[in-house]
Design a protein around this ligand. Sequence first.
Ligand code: SF4
Ligand code: MG
Length: 311
Amino acid sequence: MLTAVDHVSIAVPRHRTVGLVGESGSGKSTLGRAVLRLTAAESGRVAFDGVDITRLGGRGLRPLRPRMHMIFQDPYSSLDPSWTVEDLVAEPLGAARKGASRAERRAAVVEALEHVGLSAAHLNRYAQQFSGGQRQRIAIARALVTRPDLVVCDEAVSALDVSTRSQIINLLEDLQRDFGLTYLFIAHDLALVRHVSDWIAVMYLGSIVEEGPAQRVYEEPAHPYTRSLLSAIPRLDPAERSRERIVLSGELPSPLAPPSGCRFRTRCPHAMEVCAAEVPPVVPAAGGGWSACHLNTGDGGAAAALDKSGA
Ligand code: SF4
Ligand code: MG
């Protein structure tokens, strides 16, 4: 499973969770929607299960729709308050199970509800009668009812209070194990993304600036933008509390007119002349993945390599 938007390429391996992190306006949701072909990719290629789906139209995408779903941040606006739970959860079955009887559809809905900790007793109730966490369970049941392969969670737990949030994360993890789900987990909170992800991609202004195994990105960030995101996370461990808080200056530039060279240069504390002139190359990171920053190339990199060789 793979997609590319603009200069972005992101691979989401089967049965794994890839976290996509960045501040709001970085293009995370756009990328998530492009992966599901809810919006057409402006450039690049979207492949699902090895098949290029970039140019598929409505008819071509139809058989794939039940296999991919999105869960949104706001369970208040993403669930129509005038629909019953049964109708909400059954809706995605429309495409998947033409000709299924009402009893069969209801059985599938009840099964999905039971997997998220709800039951047949909730079928005739309305979304507005539920708390935020329960609504998100309904949204997950809706995503689950067609037995998808890929679920894009777009800030799916960000609006929930801390204890509800961990319940929903545990549920998502259980469902991944039980159903072999693949997640693209989008959030602005790097600590949260690290907790749920195998692999993390960091996005800034429509580009991925760093990727790697979750632990490596969190413990040894290679890109200045990732370091600034990390520095904003409150630390409980006193040894880590001394980590300097990096406050970025200025606003996120318009993605329609991104800065030349490195897109992060107008806010980067380390910006150099070369950063305006040249797009930073992708440099492999020790510990896995890569970053795109001029600091990690050239003399610094060469000196580090010399050090290691003992010269
Ligand atoms: Fe900062 Fe330059 Fe690296 Fe961009 S390439 S992150 S501006 S040091
Ligand atoms: Mg968003």
